[in-house]
Design a protein around this ligand. Structure first.
Ligand SMILES: *Cc1c(COP(=O)(O)O)cnc(C)c1O
Length: 381
């Protein structure tokens, strides 16, 4: 019987070092491997192609997502780019209209130059996805919860639509916000799971990385070819840092979510706040779906401040514990204004976000300190 998730985060893909008994996976800082005879390797020949620290990370991530195969990349964007390279000129790719700003930029500004055709739809409504499919649609790219509005996509419903459509498009889910602790998209009908391991999986804001997890052997072979052939691989130290972060994933996610839920309640009742977005909050229109699909509501909370863009900026600049920064998923709390920071590249597009929106990545500090920090900042808005 496979071990439970909380055991796999600590042990999957990792055996004590056979030579020394070292309990932690060694950081194999080597570019090449000595061969016992010409062409006779011990499983590794060159570190772009394979590295034991990376192999441990790939096996651990695959186990956590319930996947047959795992591939680590130098960043979430490199992982995204690798999946897109499975497709080509003339292929139609449908994406959610609430995706990570960098994903939108890669699709819209770069890959569209090579003959990829993109459309962006509201992913919360499977009927709109179905209506936007074309005979040449090869891939549907989604995030859930979405960023920055934290909408929920009904993954089994979308998977059902795609499997019954004649074009049979594949489903890719960027699971960065939820992590496999909250939801495992492959089990819900996805073909690819993509991660920015920079965020919750690493968890300590000290590494940039990405991953693709999947079951299909043919796509795995092609992606492994791209991983080596294009070369956007993570170094062994980066892999070690993500492996170390993974060991506490479940403990961190429980605290992130407990703090975020309480902050959502606090903000929902605050006179300076117009609207809050948190998947498990009573005010969220998809609360039931979120509760069905996710183990908890996660660590991200967005809210609209009364007083427009200026008020949102003031709040984001006035907090002392919440650091004003891009990124998310670390143990420390972060605040940002998406319209002016992470989602700047969506300005003027259908993906544009409201100027008074503030996004929080709620950390695992003491809740009282976080609440009083936000309260003080909101008073200055
Ligand atoms: C950060 C992020 C990415 C990009 O990952 P990098 O590691 O920064 O390249 C992709 N998707 C989501 C949802 C993200 O938050």
């Amino acid at each position: 019987m496979p071990h439970k998730f909380e055991t796999q985060t600590i042990h999957a893909g990792q055996e004590p070092d056979p030579q020394t008994g070292a309990i932690m996976t060694p950081v194999y800082l080597t570019s090449t491997y000595v061969q016992d005879a010409v062409g006779k390797t011990r499983g590794y020949e060159y570190s772009r192609t394979g590295n034991p620290t990376r192999a441990a990370l790939e096996a651990c991530l695959a186990a956590l997502e319930g996947a047959k195969h795992g591939l680590a990349f130098a960043s979430g964007m490199a992982a995204t780019d690798a999946v897109l390279r499975l497709f080509g000129p003339g292929d139609h790719i449908l994406a959610g209209n609430d995706v990570y700003g960098g994903t939108f930029r890669l699709f819209d500004k770069e890959l569209s130059r090579y003959g990829f055709k993109f459309d962006f739809v509201n992913p919360r409504d499977p009927a709109q996805i179905e209506a936007a499919l074309r005979p040449e649609t090869r891939l549907v790219w989604l995030e859930t919860p979405t960023n920055p509005y934290l909408g929920i996509v009904d993954l089994p419903a979308v998977a059902k639509v795609l499997k019954s459509h004649s074009a049979r498009p594949l489903l890719a889910v960027d699971n960065t916000f939820a992590t496999p602790y909250l939801q495992q998209p492959l089990a819900l009908g996805a073909d690819f799971v993509i991660h920015s391991t920079t965020k919750y999986l690493g968890g300590h804001s000290d590494v940039v990385g990405g991953a693709v997890l999947l079951n299909d052997d043919t796509h795995f072979e092609r992606l492994a070819f791209l991983q080596n052939g294009v070369g956007a691989v993570p170094g062994p130290m980066d892999c070690f840092l993500v492996l170390r972060g993974l060991k506490t994933l479940h403990v961190r996610m429980d605290r992130h979510a407990a703090n975020a839920a309480a902050i959502g309640d606090f903000l929902a009742n605050h006179p300076k706040v117009e609207t809050i977005y948190y998947p498990f909050h009573d005010s969220h229109p998809q609360q039931r779906l979120a509760q069905k699909q996710m183990r908890n509501g996660g660590g991200m909370v967005s809210f609209e401040v009364r007083g427009g863009a200026a008020a949102a900026r003031k709040v984001a600049e006035a907090t002392r514990i919440f650091a004003l920064a891009e990124s998310l998923g670390g143990v420390e709390s972060i605040i940002e204004v998406p319209a002016a920071m992470t989602h700047l590249s969506t300005a003027g597009s259908p993906l544009e976000v409201k100027p008074n929106l503030v996004r929080l990545s709620v950390g695992i500090e003491h809740l009282d300190d976080l609440l009083s920090d936000l309260d003080t900042a909101l008073k200055q808005a």
